[in-house]
Design a protein around this ligand. Structure first.
Ligand SMILES: Cc1ncc(COP(=O)(O)O)c(C=O)c1O
Length: 383
């Protein structure tokens, strides 16, 4: 295992272990799922937000080695980090191209998203100056976030093309691909397909066409014949985009969070625990202290709900989760300082998942893994 991203390294009794073999396996499973009737779209590994908290550089390298051909990031600076690590694969910046950031794109060979009029103006200026930036046009088919409406998209594409902009792709993003009811997602795909045909009608036949995120790969693959690229994020990390898609593919969660007991307190009945004295022991008990808190991404919203695994059994986190520590009630169990604790992952027959954390804190697994802070050292098991 190698460490990454924290100068404290092994001094910290808390670590996120990222299984790069799981990233590779998940990449291959997603590629297989996206392939249909001889049609095999290429796979863009979405590694924005530092690889959804897993570490963008090692995740990108593992996904590329397993067959991904593109990378996707949110910000040009995230793309620069990958280039500085020696990664040469095409990188699409999913955020809207901003003229003030043009230098990042042409100095580091990043692919831009054309999604606004100032973006178009900036790309026309860059093209006029002879700066070749590959561009994917974003079409808003119903997400109402970034992109031109289908009607505008054709006009914008023509303007860009006439101005010498290197239009290389076109894409849209689905708002409800993870829903059980796929009606709206299918409507979006129909609109996107119509836009592709309209572009073609104007002589604009773009090499890259894409719409599918993890959920679409899992449940809408049949509808994607015209697309030749899919953009996989959450499933790459072994997590399901929504609870009903948990068992669709055989995905393996890549992240495990481990810590250890740093203090053991023997308390009588009626003792209070933590800030606000919100927990009172109901009998003589052992409270253990763990060196993990909300500054690590162990969010305070999980107070009084979370559980951890110690010696293969689940124990409740009690009292309010602090910034750097939390407390666990182990009842009469004997326990030593240094005993390993799993916060997320498997121990014995038990497992705690990012989805459990999400349920305890009222959010989605995406936010959980992105929220594991930089203070937590990342350890990598190699492919
Ligand atoms: C434009 C775009 N494409 C693809 C993805 C990947 O989505 P998912 O993580 O659901 O696979 C995202 C994630 O937010 C995105 O914003």
């Amino acid at each position: 295992m190698q460490t990454h991203g924290c100068e404290l390294g092994q001094c910290r009794r808390l670590r996120a272990i990222v299984d790069l073999a799981a990233i590779a396996e998940n990449t291959r499973s997603l590629q297989k799922a996206a392939a249909m009737d001889g049609h095999k779209p290429e796979l863009m590994a979405i590694v924005k937000a530092d690889g959804y908290g897993h570490g963008a550089i090692p995740v990108a390298k593992a996904a590329l080695a397993a067959g991904a051909t593109w990378l996707g990031v949110a910000l040009p600076t995230e793309g620069v980090v990958l280039r500085k690590a020696g990664i040469t694969a095409p990188i699409l910046v999913l955020g809207a191209f901003a003229p003030a950031c043009a230098h990042y794109y042409y100095e580091w060979q990043l692919t831009a998203t054309l999604a606004t009029l100032p973006g178009l103006a900036g790309l026309l200026t860059a093209a006029a100056a002879g700066r070749r930036i590959p561009v994917h046009l974003k079409v808003d088919t119903g997400m109402t976030r970034l992109g031109f409406l289908p009607d505008e998209a054709v006009r914008i594409a023509m303007q860009a093309k006439q101005g010498g902009v290197y239009l290389q792709g076109v894409y849209t993003h689905l708002a409800t691909a993870d829903a059980e009811d796929t009606t709206f997602a299918l409507q979006q795909l129909t609109l996107f397909r119509q836009t592709l045909h309209a572009l073609k009608g104007q002589g604009i036949d773009l090499p890259w066409r894409h719409a599918g995120n993890s959920a679409a790969i899992m449940q809408l693959a049949l509808t994607m014949e015209e697309m030749n690229l899919v953009r996989a994020g959450i499933a790459l990390y072994g997590l399901a985009p929504s609870p009903h898609l948990t068992r669709v593919l055989d995905l393996r969660p890549a992240m495990t969070l481990e810590t250890e007991v740093v203090a053991v307190r023997h308390l009588p009945q009626g003792a209070s625990v933590g800030y606000g004295a919100t927990y009172k022991t109901s009998s003589d008990t052992t409270i253990v202290v763990l060196p993990v808190g909300y500054a690590d991404g162990y969010t305070r919203r999980m107070s009084h709900r979370a559980a951890v695994l110690i010696q293969g059994r689940r124990y409740p986190v009690v009292g309010s989760i602090c910034m750097d520590q939390c407390m666990v009630d182990m009842g009469r169990q004997e326990i030593a300082i240094g005993t390993p604790v799993v916060l997320m992952g498997k121990q014995g027959d038990e497992e705690i998942t990012a989805d459990d954390w999400a349920a305890w804190s009222g959010t989605i697994n995406y936010e959980i893994v992105c929220g594991i802070s930089r203070r937590v050292p990342r350890w990598y098991t190699s492919v």
